[in-house]
Ligand binder design. Structure first.
Ligand SMILES: [Zn+2]
Length: 298
């Protein structure tokens, strides 16, 4: 069902999976944020105890690590991070914790895209590489290899789990390509202020256009909205996924004056709680495709 959301929640603000108490005898793995935690759980199955650092409502870009995080790292045998300067806070936490864990950089081997200057505060490379399913496969292979290296007796389990999950990712990618192919080519563009979908756009042929003059860190003003309205008309953009609108009436005004649809929530950097619409990576991608398809359909 398409709902004209008056306010689209921040993509970075959705909840992470909660950390659990440690079970004895299991490989202790810490993942920096929820999407990595999901990959690790898929690959490790029952062999590992997986904790996620960036918790519900927190933004992995600007996370403030806690003493409990340092403790979790100190006790970990494997720490999984995204890399591409996504977790700018991680290096300091690793050295403060004096952890001897194996550090697995999930995005190692990904071909990085140039980041747009979106006020996110990270480096030159766009860190949101997991938004391409082909890259997610690289993440999973790196995690598998890291777990095998840390726990050689588990090799058979890790390899079998990873192979099964990689097959699911193959199916997910086919599904994604089919969904985009069903959108008329002229309609494959949206305006969104959250610049987290560069890899998705490059992989699947959608165009994500930044609203002119709108920063992700500040609320959009009435003037910003007037500019967005001109931009939508000029570029014939069918849908807008707007965040950071201080006043929900601004989004309604965009829709009323342009006929563009207002999209729902897209998840970029965090999963929803397990019972939400994007509790796993696969559910997150499916949810985003559904929202995009709804907003862009004829
Ligand atoms: Zn982000």
């Amino acid at each position: 069902m398409f709902t004209r959301r008056t306010l689209v929640a921040s993509l970075c603000a959705a909840a992470a999976l909660p950390a659990r108490a440690q079970a004895p005898g299991k490989l202790r793995v810490v993942a920096s944020f929820s999407i990595l935690g999901d990959f690790v759980r898929e690959v490790s199955g029952a062999r590992a105890d997986v904790a996620v650092l960036v918790g519900p409502g927190a933004d992995a870009h600007v996370y403030s690590a806690t003493p409990a995080d340092a403790k979790a790292l100190a006790a970990a045998q494997v720490v999984v991070v995204n890399g591409l300067k996504f977790e700018g806070w991680m290096d300091r936490l690793v050295s403060a914790s004096k952890t001897r864990a194996r550090i697995v950089v999930a995005a190692k081997g990904v071909k990085p895209l140039q980041a747009q200057d979106d006020g996110h505060g990270h480096g030159d490379s766009d860190p949101h590489a997991w938004q391409s399913i082909a890259n997610a496969r690289i993440y999973v292979a790196n995690i598998r290899d890291g777990l095998v290296a840390a726990d050689p007796p588990g090799r058979g389990d890790y390899e079998a789990n990873a192979a099964a999950y990689l097959a699911k990712l193959d199916a997910l990618e086919a599904e994604t390509k089919a969904a985009v192919a069903a959108i008329p080519p002229a309609r494959r563009k949206i305006i969104t202020s959250h610049d987290a979908f560069g890899y998705f756009a490059a992989a699947y042929g959608l165009t994500f256009i930044a609203p002119q003059g709108v920063s992700t860190s500040a609320a959009a003003s009435a003037q910003d909205v007037a500019r967005i309205i001109r931009q939508i008309r000029r570029d014939k953009i069918p849908a807008v996924f707007v965040e950071n609108l201080s006043d929900p009436r601004l989004a309604q005004r965009i829709a009323a004056e342009t006929g563009a649809r207002l999209g729902g929530d897209l998840y970029s950097d965090q999963l929803s709680p397990p019972d939400g619409p994007a509790g796993t990576y696969i559910d997150m991608v499916r949810h985003n495709i559904r929202e995009l398809t709804k907003a862009l359909a004829d």
